[in-house]
Design a protein. Structure first.
Lengths: 33, 150
């Protein structure tokens, strides 16, 4: 069990993983404040 | 989101098992312009081709984020004609989060998915009847209103 979300930082990496792992992407635009 | 929702154990488990999470600054280019991001947090569900299927703007609690993501996953399958996979995620949303803000849209989508699979309009009417009984003031009840006549 993960103890935190393992965020990708590169959309192209995320999309490539999404294709190979057959999962959708959660894209979060955030403001670190 | 970073302080309350993302550290939640159920949220971590759900995202880790069901999605590929990617986090970018609100003004990161060209993504911010490409997705027309004007406020944060903006959360978007994409298919592996990068096409948008669901978007929320603003804070979501753990109990609202997971059903919202299930709805996004369902819509990504629905909009790519993978109706059975959409149904599986809608069923999970309605079983585990029936009181969530995402539930009314999920019921609407359930009716549409079943109609797409069976070509029988009965599920559309059933969706309206469930919406009108359980969520009478929901916008999705209003959108399903014509189905009462089917």
């Amino acid at each position: 069990m993960e103890n935190e979300i393992k965020w990708e930082a590169d959309i192209d990496v995320a999309l490539a993983r999404a294709g190979s792992e057959n999962r959708p992407v959660l894209l979060d635009f955030y403001n670190p404040g | 989101m970073a302080a309350v929702t993302y550290p939640d154990t159920k949220v971590i488990g759900f995202i880790s098992e069901n999605m590929i999470p990617v986090q970018v600054l609100f003004d990161a280019q060209p993504l911010s312009t490409d997705f027309n991001v004007k406020w944060t947090p903006t959360l978007i569900t994409l298919d592996p081709q990068g096409k948008e299927h669901h978007r929320t703007v603003g804070f979501l609690s753990p109990g609202e984020l997971i059903p919202s993501l299930l709805l996004g996953i369902s819509k990504s399958y629905f909009e790519t004609d993978r109706f059975e996979e959409a149904l599986q995620n809608i069923d999970k949303l309605l079983a585990e989060y029936p009181k969530s803000d995402s539930a009314p849209e999920a019921i609407y989508l359930l009716g549409v998915c079943r109609y797409k699979i069976t070509k029988d309009p009965k599920p559309l009417k059933e969706a309206y009847e469930k919406l009108s009984a359980e969520y009478p003031s929901s916008e999705w009840t209003k959108r399903a209103y014509p189905y009462r006549l089917l």
